[in-house]
Design a protein around this ligand. Sequence first.
Ligand SMILES: Cc1cc2nc3c(=O)[nH]c(=O)nc-3n(C[C@H](O)[C@H](O)[C@H](O)COP(=O)(O)OP(=O)(O)OC[C@H]3O[C@@H](n4cnc5c(N)ncnc54)[C@H](O)[C@@H]3O)c2cc1C
Length: 469
Amino acid sequence: MATTDQLTDRVASPDPLVAAIAARLPDVRLLADEVDRESYRYDETAYLRAGLPRAVALPTTTADVAELVRIAREFRVPIVPRGAGTGLSGGAAGIEGCLTIAFTAMDRIIEIDRENLVAVVQPGIINAKLKAAVAEEGLFYAPDPASFEMCSIGGNLGTNAGGLCCVKYGQTRDSVLSLEVVMADGEVIRTGGRNVKDVAGYSLTHLFVGSQGTLAITTEATLRLRPAPPPRSTMLAFFPTLEGAGAAVAGIAAAGLSPVTLELMDRFTIAAVDDMNDLGLDRTAAAMLMVESDMPGAAAADELSRAEVACREAGATDVVRSADAQEADWLRQARRAAHYALERLGEVHMEDVAVPRARVPDMLRAIEGIAARHEVRMGTFGHAGDGNLHPDLVFDRGDPQAEAKTEAVKNDLYRAALDLGGTVTGEHGIGAARRDWLEATRGAGAVRVMRSIKAALDPEGILNPGRVI
Ligand SMILES: Cc1cc2nc3c(=O)[nH]c(=O)nc-3n(C[C@H](O)[C@H](O)[C@H](O)COP(=O)(O)OP(=O)(O)OC[C@H]3O[C@@H](n4cnc5c(N)ncnc54)[C@H](O)[C@@H]3O)c2cc1C
């Protein structure tokens, strides 16, 4: 039930949109106060311009969401679906005058089906909570963004999130079997069932995953689980050059290995992470690779030994292994915190380029050159095993040149990635941040097809307009 405060807020509100929601959905939590709405203006890209939502609704059921969509449509108000707001493309940031539908209160695990290795969840569940719940059943939900303790499954589906174990288990898309979604006219549809194999008609599931709330709103997801793998063994390899680390990534792939994690940090990031966590990392190294195996028994040691050979051949000067599972956890936690370690040094603008794995050394060389040319501080880390790198620009807080420099650096990074056969975003999404580069990345024909899909599914353009296309 709504609290007295919220009801007072509604009664006092002269806004007809707020009044309509309050009247038709009296049990839905609704934020109309400006201070509350302000906290839904930004996602994790506070450096981008964003609008103030006109109202923020926190539904608890699919029927609530469908009614909210119908109301927004009647008032011709844009809708921004929002999970935990940790996105790095401005996808959940406010649009001036929008209705933000925040899924925080739709966070139930509806079912864990052990026989079919499936979990059915509401979109607001936090990734880490789902992982923990299925682990209690001896099962594993693979998608593993570095933000897994904060981000929601709805947001992961919205961005087709990646993370630290895509190199072995794929992106979020590879762990979803079907969705329940609310369409732009308020109709509720299901895109599939619990079948591992199902090719009936177009794959709407895969169309909606990664569409950043622009085609439909997810209200339930049927996710694929796996038997829990053994605890991971972890190895760190330090390199005197960035290119050496890049060559090792290509070497590990060429050796036919499939580690569960293959992450990279450059010197700048190593120092920031070490300052924050005091791990005793080799701060003289130009780059570090973290390699993990979740193979059973001796196979893990064998996989890491073969990865070590590839690292040594590429010039690694030092290779260390975690002594036990707890030490491995600390190292993984430190890698996950790389973004926040850099944020201790200033305002961080994170990028997300990706290239074919064998081109990682070229991309790393290009990133170094771009940072030097524009005279910006840049820390690079990322999921090198997927060819996905996050060059993070670090500015002094309040630097008046930050916006212009980001734009110039970003353009050079994107051009370099595309020239290497890559993409401007590996996992964070086009959102609001990278729209100008969609056509250069996909081509005019593909963007035309995307526009016609958007027009067919959302003819009035109310679902997260201005994002993606
Ligand atoms: C420190 C840090 C580390 C990160 N590491 C990674 C990483 O390793 N890999 C990675 O991929 N990302 C990473 N991210 C980015 C971010 O966490 C992911 O993009 C995540 O998927 C966003 O989830 P969220 O719940 O915060 O979604 P939000 O930011 O709230 O939303 C993301 C997008 O999904 C849409 N959306 C949300 N819910 C729904 C819904 N129910 N229906 C339809 N659309 C919806 C939104 O409109 C928006 O476009 C990181 C972010 C931070 C801050």
